[in-house]
Design a protein. Sequence first.
Length: 113
Amino acid sequence: MSITHFKNTATLKLDESNPVAVPLGTPVAVASTTSVERDDGVETGVWECTPGRWRRQIVAQEFCHFIQGRCTFTPDGGEPLHIDAGDALMLPANSLGIWDIQETVRKTYVLIF
Protein backbone atom coordinates (compact mmCIF):
# COMPACT_ATOMS: atom_id res chain seq x y z
CA MET A 1 0.00 0.00 0.00
CA SER A 2 1.27 3.45 -0.91
CA ILE A 3 -0.02 6.43 1.06
CA THR A 4 0.39 9.92 -0.37
CA HIS A 5 0.41 12.69 2.24
CA PHE A 6 0.56 16.43 1.51
CA LYS A 7 0.91 18.61 4.63
CA ASN A 8 -0.15 22.24 4.97
CA THR A 9 -1.59 22.40 1.44
CA ALA A 10 -2.50 26.10 1.75
CA THR A 11 1.18 27.07 2.07
CA LEU A 12 3.01 24.08 0.55
CA LYS A 13 5.85 25.20 -1.78
CA LEU A 14 5.02 23.94 -5.28
CA ASP A 15 7.64 22.44 -7.59
CA GLU A 16 6.99 23.52 -11.15
CA SER A 17 5.50 26.63 -12.80
CA ASN A 18 4.45 26.80 -16.44
CA PRO A 19 2.04 28.81 -18.59
CA VAL A 20 -1.25 26.94 -19.15
CA ALA A 21 -1.26 24.75 -22.28
CA VAL A 22 -4.13 26.39 -24.21
CA PRO A 23 -4.45 30.05 -23.10
CA LEU A 24 -7.39 32.17 -24.26
CA GLY A 25 -6.11 35.74 -24.15
CA THR A 26 -4.04 37.72 -21.68
CA PRO A 27 -2.91 37.55 -19.02
CA VAL A 28 -1.66 34.02 -19.67
CA ALA A 29 -2.30 32.04 -16.51
CA VAL A 30 0.67 30.31 -14.88
CA ALA A 31 0.07 27.00 -13.13
CA SER A 32 2.28 25.46 -10.45
CA THR A 33 2.03 21.86 -9.29
CA THR A 34 3.45 19.41 -6.79
CA SER A 35 2.18 15.93 -7.57
CA VAL A 36 2.69 12.22 -7.22
CA GLU A 37 1.90 9.80 -10.06
CA ARG A 38 1.16 6.35 -8.69
CA ASP A 39 1.35 2.91 -10.32
CA ASP A 40 -2.44 2.42 -10.16
CA GLY A 41 -3.44 5.10 -12.72
CA VAL A 42 -3.97 7.80 -10.10
CA GLU A 43 -2.23 11.17 -9.85
CA THR A 44 -2.71 13.41 -6.84
CA GLY A 45 -1.31 16.78 -5.93
CA VAL A 46 -1.61 20.43 -5.07
CA TRP A 47 -2.14 22.87 -7.94
CA GLU A 48 -2.17 26.67 -8.08
CA CYS A 49 -3.01 29.00 -10.96
CA THR A 50 -2.82 32.75 -11.48
CA PRO A 51 -5.68 34.70 -13.13
CA GLY A 52 -6.42 34.05 -16.80
CA ARG A 53 -8.59 31.96 -19.13
CA TRP A 54 -7.77 28.70 -20.89
CA ARG A 55 -9.25 25.55 -22.34
CA ARG A 56 -9.31 22.41 -20.16
CA GLN A 57 -7.78 19.51 -22.09
CA ILE A 58 -7.51 16.85 -19.35
CA VAL A 59 -9.59 13.81 -20.24
CA ALA A 60 -9.11 12.05 -16.89
CA GLN A 61 -11.79 11.99 -14.20
CA GLU A 62 -10.90 14.58 -11.54
CA PHE A 63 -11.92 15.33 -7.98
CA CYS A 64 -10.67 18.63 -6.57
CA HIS A 65 -11.06 20.68 -3.40
CA PHE A 66 -10.44 24.43 -3.67
CA ILE A 67 -8.34 25.82 -0.82
CA GLN A 68 -8.23 29.45 -1.95
CA GLY A 69 -9.28 31.75 -4.76
CA ARG A 70 -12.22 32.24 -7.08
CA CYS A 71 -12.90 30.95 -10.59
CA THR A 72 -15.50 29.76 -13.08
CA PHE A 73 -15.56 26.55 -15.10
CA THR A 74 -17.87 26.40 -18.11
CA PRO A 75 -18.15 22.88 -19.51
CA ASP A 76 -18.65 22.56 -23.26
CA GLY A 77 -22.40 22.86 -23.84
CA GLY A 78 -23.10 23.55 -20.15
CA GLU A 79 -23.76 26.32 -17.67
CA PRO A 80 -20.91 28.12 -15.82
CA LEU A 81 -19.98 26.77 -12.39
CA HIS A 82 -18.88 29.53 -9.99
CA ILE A 83 -16.26 28.13 -7.63
CA ASP A 84 -14.96 29.67 -4.40
CA ALA A 85 -12.47 28.62 -1.71
CA GLY A 86 -13.96 25.74 0.27
CA ASP A 87 -15.83 24.24 -2.71
CA ALA A 88 -15.24 20.73 -4.05
CA LEU A 89 -15.83 19.54 -7.59
CA MET A 90 -16.02 16.17 -9.35
CA LEU A 91 -15.36 16.34 -13.10
CA PRO A 92 -16.27 13.20 -15.06
CA ALA A 93 -13.80 11.90 -17.64
CA ASN A 94 -13.72 13.99 -20.82
CA SER A 95 -15.09 17.14 -19.13
CA LEU A 96 -13.78 19.72 -21.55
CA GLY A 97 -14.48 23.43 -21.23
CA ILE A 98 -13.14 26.84 -20.24
CA TRP A 99 -11.48 27.77 -16.95
CA ASP A 100 -11.63 31.46 -16.00
CA ILE A 101 -9.53 32.26 -12.92
CA GLN A 102 -10.53 35.60 -11.36
CA GLU A 103 -8.41 35.30 -8.18
CA THR A 104 -5.39 32.98 -7.82
CA VAL A 105 -6.71 29.48 -7.13
CA ARG A 106 -5.10 26.70 -5.12
CA LYS A 107 -6.62 23.24 -5.00
CA THR A 108 -5.84 19.68 -4.09
CA TYR A 109 -6.77 17.17 -6.76
CA VAL A 110 -6.99 13.51 -7.70
CA LEU A 111 -6.87 12.45 -11.37
CA ILE A 112 -8.05 8.94 -12.27
CA PHE A 113 -6.88 7.69 -15.65
